[in-house]
Design a protein around this ligand. Structure first.
Ligand SMILES: NC(=O)c1ccc[n+]([C@@H]2O[C@H](COP(=O)([O-])OP(=O)(O)OC[C@H]3O[C@@H](n4cnc5c(N)ncnc54)[C@H](O)[C@@H]3O)[C@@H](O)[C@H]2O)c1
Length: 454
């Protein structure tokens, strides 16, 4: 929304959220306090905020004043009832739709920006039509393809914008055209694709499934590389030269994280099952299973290498965010690897340049309470065994091993000789992102294990 406002100074954009704390942070004078860390975002907000970009908790007022409303609320995996563990939880979307229907006084175009299962637009439309007969609604699907960490660049130079709508009617086409105009503020028109609404909804799930599948594919090969002595980076480079395959998204790692890939694939799996396609569902579910296996394998490798136990041993985690250049930790591989090591009674010392102590503790407590542990007990375990440091050199003092969990650029330029000197010997380093020069580290004295290297 910030980029839409930046590129369309004549359009007033109001971002509303029921989370008051977040809105206060979005309005903070100090741009370092914005709730989302994303390179370039602060500049965009600084340019547009107060001009034509506003942040507010007045949801009803914003609905009344808007001609076009983007629903961008969270759509997590359901944790209860029918579809538990797979289906998207649409309760937040439904609540939004009901509120819009209740409050709207004139015709609106409602845009699904959240990632939603196929045919959600139809459900939203039914709510509108049944609740507010006097007002006409057009529902469009406009999935978001940005990646966290590169979001601003992805938005400024989008490969494509996808807009799904009711292309069979004049009203539907007029609504599509209104949204096309917003994007034409900066996107060349040949990159703005218009489709039927269901194709648009399904394209987003499919795009994420294909991207995640590439990561799981190369990660599956990394396991084989470790057994055979092949080098996964060399394999990835060799196959990436084939123009049919291409070089992107072939980096092997400890596994993908983030709020989208797993959730969207499970959503696709659920849809396939719902429509009686169990073979298709199994095919895609395997992408998530392979990712879980990769995280488990990484943790097990640490335990095996440290003489079959990490009990009482100090393991330093470099990075907690699910990828570099974001403070987002949702579904981060670090959480699951930490859980595995903590089950074996390790002591974890974390350093991440952008993730705060409270978030790291919250992530583990959330995971354990989801697994059935009492919150009090989970909190006690975190306080006892997880330590968060503001300085990476403090995190590694007397560590038995270091695990690289996020590919932050700054890790590469650390003084690794100094780090080696501060550690217990033998000093192990597990590079879950293959970002460090393993040969140089071995010369210093480290025992290095990279992903997919025999
Ligand atoms: N994060 C990404 O990179 C990304 C990329 C593409 C698509 N998406 C999709 O976008 C959607 C949102 O993702 P996110 O990462 O921004 O989630 P998020 O949880 O960070 O943000 C959702 C926000 O919606 C607010 N909210 C919930 N109900 C509301 C209501 N009724 N009225 C007003 N505000 C309400 C919440 O308070 C929260 O601040 C999801 O469907 C996700 O799949 C996310």
């Amino acid at each position: 929304m910030a980029v839409i406002a930046q590129k369309n100074p004549h359009i007033k954009v109001t971002v509303v959220d029921i989370n008051e704390q977040r809105i206060v942070a979005w309005n903070d004078e100090d741009l370092d306090k914005l709730p989302v860390y994303e390179p370039g975002l602060a500049d965009v907000v600084a340019e547009a905020r107060g001009r034509n970009l506003f942040f507010s908790t007045d949801v009803d007022g914003a609905i009344k004043g808007a001609e076009m409303i983007f629903i961008s609320v969270n759509t997590p995996t359901k944790t209860y009832g029918v579809g538990k563990g797979q289906a998207a939880d649409l309760k937040f979307v439904e609540l939004c739709a009901r509120q819009i229907a209740k409050v709207a006084e004139d015709d609106k175009i409602v845009v699904e920006k959240s990632t939603l299962p196929v045919r959600t637009a139809q459900s939203i439309k039914r709510i509108f039509d049944a609740t507010n007969g006097g007002v006409k609604f057009q529902v469009l699907s406009n999935p978001e393809f940005l990646a966290e960490g590169t979001a601003i660049d992805d938005l400024h130079n989008a490969d494509r914008i996808l807009i799904g709508g009711d292309i069979e009617t004049d009203e539907g086409n007029a609504a599509i055209e209104s949204l096309v105009k917003v994007y034409e503020g900066w996107i060349p028109s040949e990159r703005i694709l218009t489709t039927r609404v269901w194709s648009s909804e399904l394209s987003k799930l499919t795009a994420n499934a294909f991207l995640a599948q590439r990561i799981s594919s190369i990660n599956s090969i990394s396991a084989l590389c470790e057994k055979t002595g092949a080098d996964v980076d060399e394999v990835a480079h060799a196959i990436g030269q084939d123009s049919r395959i291409g070089p992107k998204f072939l980096r092997s790692s400890v596994g993908f994280g983030g709020s989208c890939f797993q959730k969207d694939i499970l959503n696709l799996v659920y849809l396939c099952l719902h429509f009686g396609l169990p073979e298709v569902a199994d095919y895609w579910e395997q992408v998530v299973k392979m990712n879980d296996y990769q995280k488990y394998r990484f943790g097990k490798n640490i335990i095996d290498s440290l003489f079959n136990t990490v009990s009482g041993k100090k393991i330093a985690f470099m990075g907690w965010a699910f990828k570099k250049d974001t403070n987002d930790t949702r579904e981060s591989a670090a959480i699951y690897v930490a859980d595995e090591l903590l089950q074996d009674q390790a002591e974890i010392h974390v350093y991440d340049p952008r993730v705060c102590k409270e978030q790291i503790e919250k992530d583990l407590i959330y995971l354990w309470t989801q697994q059935g542990e009492l919150e009090e007990h989970a909190r006690f375990r975190v306080n006892d065994l997880v330590h968060v440091h503001a300085d990476p050199y403090d995190a590694v003092q007397h560590a038995h091993a270091i695990a690289i969990l996020t590919e932050w650029d700054e890790f590469v330029s650390y003084d690794w000789e100094k780090i080696y000197g501060a550690m217990q010997k033998p000093a192990f380093l597990f590079d879950g992102r293959n970002i460090l020069d393993a040969e140089k580290l071995r010369e210093i004295g480290f025992e290095v294990k990279s992903i997919g290297k025999g």
